[in-house]
Design a protein around this ligand. Structure first.
Ligand code: HGY
Ligand code: MN
Ligand code: MN
Length: 432
């Protein structure tokens, strides 16, 4: 039987506390993007919770916040993490719940005066969602050592490049916190960014708890599940260029309407993914038409295309079919379409031995064992290049996520905490 303590409820309450200004960049609702004032404020608050739990705290060169709890020996660390950034109009638990549960794991050990035979580090990754820059998982890829230097040559929609964003974030330490918050030990900038990489062999394992963001656990009446792996994902930035013109004077056959072409492209992506009748999914989640006026034929449209599947060959074949269709539609309509690949991650299996440890800890917490696959992406995908990874899913109401209605039962968070603590104990036993 599980005994419920205050840890799960506190983790949920802390996610809730980060759901509003100053921890959101939006006036109403939650939007916390990488290297913004809200990111800075959330890191300072989370850093204070880490210190309270008994950790020493630092920022790495990619602006990841890391709390460290020493072990009984100098040994590769167990990393427990998730992301602090969010999508636009986000829920409060996608990302922060895994962080807050990691902090609770350490707080429980510290309260008992216990140390493991390995250090534990809790890491708040800064850019999992790719909400600001045309890339995703920048900071976990930097830690895993898989981020190429060329990937840093990016700018946000306002034209602020990553280097300037890092410098402004660094400067905001003084302006927003008066120096009282967590400062980086290095000047943040492109030059230092890749120094966030950890040496191969330096990390024992990576554990991430995350809301399921889907309906499987709820339908099965289960609080938690062991993730077996994460689907392959790829994103494109598509630009369609036609000719802007007067909406009243240019007859229909003479138009090169970028938005009408893009609309056909969106439907083609949906049709191709539906025809697969599998776990293959394709999404156009953002579309912007310019110049954006009721009386002007759109001359330029930019949209995102996100394609995922359990394995890379099927994802790649679907992406190629969608791109071919995009170009065919463009040619037929006399517009030009370009598609830049901005994100590409292979499927990421979780470590079988660590899955067994999670299953055993789940059983010991009095919960039925369930394994499930993740269609959503996670920093664990990037971390799998560095070390063995494990993920624990936590039931969320209605499977709803990327939506302000996201909800987690504190009792489920407490079960997740018990499982994570059991996992840490068992990991210690395997090293004894
Ligand atoms: O897009 C994803 O799968 C994740 O939520 N970032
Ligand atoms: Mn997430
Ligand atoms: Mn997300």
């Amino acid at each position: 039987m599980t005994t419920h303590g205050p840890g799960g409820a506190r983790a949920v309450a802390r996610c809730d506390a980060l759901g509003l200004a100053p921890y959101s960049d939006a006036a109403d609702g939650l939007y916390r993007a990488y290297l913004t004032p809200a990111h800075r404020a959330a890191l300072d608050r989370t850093g204070a919770w880490m210190v309270e739990a008994g950790m020493t705290v630092r920022l790495d060169p990619a602006a990841n916040l890391i709390g460290r709890y020493e072990g009984t020996a100098e040994a590769p660390a167990l990393l427990i993490g998730s992301h602090i950034d969010s999508v636009r109009d986000a829920g409060r638990y996608d990302g922060p719940l895994g962080l807050m549960l990691g902090i609770e794991c350490v707080a429980a050990l510290a309260e008992q005066g216990r140390r493991m035979p390995f250090p534990i580090e809790v890491i708040a990754f800064g850019d999992e969602e790719g909400s600001r820059f045309p890339a995703a998982m920048l900071t976990s890829r930097a830690v895993a050592g898989t981020l190429p230097l060329a990937a840093l040559a990016i700018a946000d929609a306002e034209g602020v490049d990553l280097g300037d964003a890092l410098r402004m974030f660094d400067a905001s330490h003084e302006s927003l916190c008066g120096g009282s918050g967590i400062a980086s030990q290095w000047p943040l900038g492109i030059g230092n960014y890749l120094a966030a990489a950890r040496a191969p062999g330096s990390t024992l394992a990576y554990l991430e708890a995350h809301i399921e963001q889907g309906p499987v656990l709820e339908a099965a009446g289960l609080a938690v599940g062991t993730v077996t792996g994460i689907a392959a994902q790829r994103r494109y930035a598509v630009v369609v260029t036609g000719t802007a013109g007067h909406a009243g004077t240019i007859s229909m056959p003479l138009r090169r309407d970028a938005l009408a072409a893009a609309a056909e492209m969106v439907l083609a992506a949906e049709r191709i993914a539906r025809a697969a009748a599998s776990d293959l999914v394709a999404t156009v989640g953002r579309l912007e038409a310019l110049p954006g006026a009721a009386n002007v034929i759109p001359g330029r449209v930019a949209f995102t295309l996100d394609v995922r599947a359990g394995d890379a060959p099927r994802r790649d074949a679907a992406a190629a079919a969608i791109l071919a269709e995009i170009h065919a539609i463009a040619a037929r309509r006399g517009v030009v379409a370009t598609a830049d690949r901005v994100h590409d991650l292979p499927p990421s299996p979780c470590d079988p031995g660590l899955m067994d440890l999670l299953d055993a800890a789940t059983q010991a917490a009095g919960q039925p064992v369930r394994r499930l696959v993740s269609g959503a992406g996670h920093d664990a995908m990037a971390m799998a290049s560095l070390c063995p990874t494990a993920m624990l899913f936590v039931r969320c109401a209605g499977g709803v996520s990327h939506n302000p209605a996201e909800a987690v039962d504190p009792a489920d968070a407490d079960i997740a905490l018990a499982v994570m603590r059991g996992f840490i104990d068992r990991l210690g036993e395997t090293l004894a």
